[in-house]
Design a protein around this ligand. Structure first.
Ligand code: SAH
Length: 250
């Protein structure tokens, strides 16, 4: 039997947000590869080998998956959210490009998932209703100066902004700097959404005005969405609705 490799997104956390395509790939797989907490979301069964690995070994993990598929296994590499968004799909293709020519002949597919940005936006209303951008605030794979440049240009372009990896224990100062840059560049009180652990039992959504946002409001399980200059809040009993109108005047 010939092997295949599916790079799959498990969505933000809830089982009902996993697509049928991903569920089917997992049901047919012989091997599941990924970061420990994501592999832990896959139910064990006879005939399925689970290969959890630590974070930051994406290329080793990718090569392992490609070797298994080349040897005839049916392999699913799992990411949270969508595998193409700051996750394993690009890592696997980096390994394919640098690897032996026969890897290019493999049956490789990407099965999309609901990315944290969209799950978080849906909980708050429609903050991404007009043009927006997504930025990974981790400087593991790029220099901090580039993040800073992109933040300033995103404000200048008046995008709503979705931030992945806002803050980790190893780099607590990055998000503090981010808030300083945003306050400086925006100079207004646009809404900021802190959406933590969306679609899990720990979900917590908080909406504050930009000048009131503080670094401790975010951690590694938080998606931060900063509105554009015209993003609006509809106050009501209970959680407010945050939305960005679809149009901008001339
Ligand atoms: N591929 C993933 C993103 C990986 S980067 C996706 O498409 O969602 C990891 C970052 O995603 C986290 O630091 C956090 O900012 C965000 N994230 C992932 N799951 C989340 C969730 N359930 N709630 C809020 N943010 C989440």
């Amino acid at each position: 039997m010939s092997g295949w490799l599916v790079i799959a997104g498990l969505g933000p956390g809830a089982d009902h947000l996993v697509t049928p395509e991903v569920t089917q790939a997992l049901a047919q797989a012989t091997d599941v590869i990924g970061y420990i907490p994501y592999v832990a979301r896959v139910a064990a069964r006879d005939g399925l080998r689970l290969h959890p690995s630590d974070n930051r070994v994406e290329l080793d993990r990718s090569r392992h998956a490609l070797e298994l598929a080349a040897a005839g296994a049916r392999v699913v590499v799992v990411s949270s959210g969508d595998p193409g968004v700051f996750a394993m799909a690009a890592a696997v293709f980096e390994a394919v490009e640098a690897g032996p020519p026969e890897w290019r002949a493999l049956d490789i597919r990407v099965a999309p998932g609901i990315t944290a940005m969209l799950a978080a936006a849906a909980q708050a209303g429609a903050p991404l209703g007009h043009d927006f951008c997504a930025i990974n605030l981790s400087d593991n794979l790029k220099p901090w100066a580039l993040i800073e440049k992109r933040l300033r240009l995103a404000v200048e372009a008046d995008f709503a902004m979705a931030f992945y990896n806002p803050r980790s224990k190893s780099r607590p100062e990055g998000f503090e700097k981010t808030l300083r840059i945003l306050n400086d560049a925006c100079g207004d009180a646009r809404p900021v959404i802190f959406a933590r652990a969306v679609s899990t039992p720990d979900q917590h959504i908080r909406v504050v005005a930009l000048p009131d946002a503080t670094p401790d409001m975010a951690d590694m399980r938080t998606m931060v969405i900063v509105g554009a200059s015209n993003t609006r809040i509809i106050a009501r009993d209970g959680a407010p609705i945050v939305y960005t109108p679809r149009s901008v005047g001339a």
